[in-house]
Design a protein around this ligand. Structure first.
Ligand SMILES: *[C@@H]1O[C@H](CO)[C@@H](O)[C@H](O)[C@H]1NC(C)=O
Ligand SMILES: *[C@@H]1O[C@H](CO)[C@@H](O)[C@H](O)[C@H]1NC(C)=O
Ligand SMILES: *[C@@H]1O[C@H](CO)[C@@H](O)[C@H](O)[C@H]1NC(C)=O
Ligand SMILES: *[C@@H]1O[C@H](CO)[C@@H](O)[C@H](O)[C@H]1NC(C)=O
Ligand SMILES: *[C@@H]1O[C@H](CO)[C@@H](O)[C@H](O)[C@H]1NC(C)=O
Ligand SMILES: *[C@@H]1O[C@H](CO)[C@@H](O)[C@H](O)[C@H]1NC(C)=O
Ligand SMILES: *[C@@H]1O[C@H](CO)[C@@H](O)[C@H](O)[C@H]1NC(C)=O
Length: 424
């Protein structure tokens, strides 16, 4: 809602009303590429004059004429709007509107594919030691992998974001200085990142905010803009409490999903409307029934069906939610002591088979759609620093050749397990 910026004091009643009524439609709106708002139900108790004045107010806010705003400031009719509705410009069925956008078109027959169980350290020190030098990392938590093998790393313990070019022996600082802090160019334990064009979103966890860094800056510690978290730690819709994973849908880049772990909920933020809503879990309530989550750390989205997969960490399960209807989650992995604090889930190109970072079991599982258990594709179950071991793996990403990148957090390194056979 860029057009409201700086004038919210004058139009706060209208804003509140829009917020309130818009919330009913937000969930559907989130899955639609284009929406329009249309007034359908006026409950204007005032006379014709107030109606005209209100219309001018609406027009003025849209086109930004401050003088008109000043004139109608005394009028209270803004709060009378009670019913707004969303209209899709094309289809009413969001799932069919969204084209499948795969990051690559190489075939993968996941059930029979195989990966090398010996990992290669692509960033950080291979021996598992942490370091503050540029050839090392310290408790990294997230990565973004480009098609050319360049990776961006949330180097959490070093309070910085690192770009590590393919085959490079050290990284380049692109966000944060390394110092712990809350100034515009500083970070305090950055643990999640997402890329949207030239914008890099970072969950700056101990500052309880989401920062946006420019990716095209040539400064080593550019200033960031805060997009979420202006109001500190908390559980209102304008606050977050430890966002551990960020996700921008390829098919709808104006959305940002957040695993707001300590609030036991998943949020979606619509940048077009600067509007946040809860899409899974109940704010502040942890539990294990089908509508609750307990410290959800990771998320993945199947964009063809708009199904959100959630690593429901303390419940040791993966929950799947349909974002078109959003009612309750179904458990698609876990149970019978099979997972121990899973903290990330990613999907194969079919959008149904899962790669799970089974964090406290120090392994990566491939869990096929409908299976009752997963099978290990990286890590041997014991924490260690050898090339076949992991220690608290916290994130997984695939590159365009389906090589598996694992954020090996407690070994302060990024491991790559290459695809041996695509199984087709
Ligand atoms: C697996 O990776 C290791 C280490 O890079 C390599 O020596 C080995 O040849 C690879 N195995 C296969 C089957 O590609
Ligand atoms: C790990 O490797 C680094 C760089 O070679 C070295 O400085 C450090 O002492 C090593 N750590 C251990 C535990 O061997
Ligand atoms: C990285 O190294 C591999 C193996 O040494 C090589 O095949 C590849 O071309 C290199 N890539 C880049 C971008 O330097
Ligand atoms: C990058 O740095 C160079 C040299 O310092 C400067 O000329 C250029 O304008 C900078 N580019 C951007 C996008 O800031
Ligand atoms: C978005 O909304 C928040 C909370 O209402 C507000 O503090 C912030 O300034 C808004 N951002 C923009 C760009 O309008
Ligand atoms: C789960 O528990 C919460 C809190 O007790 C409750 O509000 C919700 O209705 C329950 N959901 C189901 C599906 O039972
Ligand atoms: C991993 O590192 C964290 C943070 O230092 C620590 O609390 C935890 O005990 C470590 N876990 C293992 C298995 O080493």
């Amino acid at each position: 809602m860029i057009w409201l910026r700086g004038r919210t004091d004058r139009i706060q009643p209208a804003l509140d009303s829009i917020r309130h009524t818009f919330s009913q439609y937000q969930r559907r709106a989130d899955t639609q590429e284009t929406i329009q708002l249309q007034k359908t139900n006026w409950k204007m108790v005032g006379n014709l004059t107030s109606l005209i004045i209100f219309s001018i107010l609406l027009l003025a806010t849209l086109i930004g004429v401050p003088t008109v705003l000043t004139k109608v400031k005394k009028d209270k009719t803004c709060s009378e709007i009670t019913h707004w509705t969303t209209i899709s410009t094309s289809s009413v069925q969001p799932a069919t509107m969204i084209p499948f956008i795969s990051q690559n078109m190489n075939p993968l027959c996941t059930a029979t594919a195989s990966w090398n169980s010996t990992g290669i350290t692509v960033a950080g020190l291979p021996n598992g030691s942490s370091s503050t030098a540029l050839n090392g990392l310290k408790y990294p938590h997230d990565i973004y992998v480009y098609d050319d093998g360049t990776i961006l790393i949330a180097d959490s313990g070093n309070n910085r974001i690192i770009r590590w070019n393919h085959n490079a022996t050290e990284g380049i600082n692109i966000g944060g200085t390394g110092a712990y802090g809350s100034w515009v160019n500083l970070l305090a334990d950055p643990i999640a990142l997402a890329v949207q064009g030239n914008a890099l979103y970072v969950s700056d966890v101990e500052n309880y905010r989401i920062q946006m860094f420019p990716l095209n800056s040539n400064l080593s510690s550019p200033d960031a803009t805060t997009i979420i978290g202006h109001y500190g730690q908390g559980s209102s819709l304008m606050q977050i409490n430890q966002v551990t994973n960020l996700l921008v849908p390829v098919s709808n880049p104006s959305l940002l999903y957040m695993a707001d772990s300590k609030n036991h909920r998943i949020l979606s933020w619509n940048s077009q409307f600067n509007y946040t809503s809860v899409v899974a879990g109940q704010t502040g309530i942890s539990g294990s029934n089908s509508t609750l989550l307990n410290n959800p750390l990771g998320i993945a989205l199947d964009e063809r069906t708009f199904s959100l997969y959630i690593a429901d960490t303390f419940n040791n399960r993966i929950q799947k939610y349909d974002m078109n209807t959003i009612s309750a989650g179904t458990t698609v992995a876990g149970g019978a002591g099979q997972l121990n604090n899973p903290s990330a889930v990613q999907l194969d190109p079919s959008g149904t088979n899962m790669f799970i970072a089974d964090t406290l079991n120090h392994r990566i599982l491939l869990w096929l759609n409908g299976a009752i258990k997963g099978h290990t594709i990286a890590g041997n179950g014991n924490a260690g620093t050898s090339a076949t071991q992991l220690n608290n793996p916290s994130q997984i990403r695939l590159d365009s050749n389906y090589n598996l990148y694992v954020v090996d957090t407690n070994n302060s390194r990024i491991q790559r397990f290459d695809l041996i056979s695509n199984g087709c």
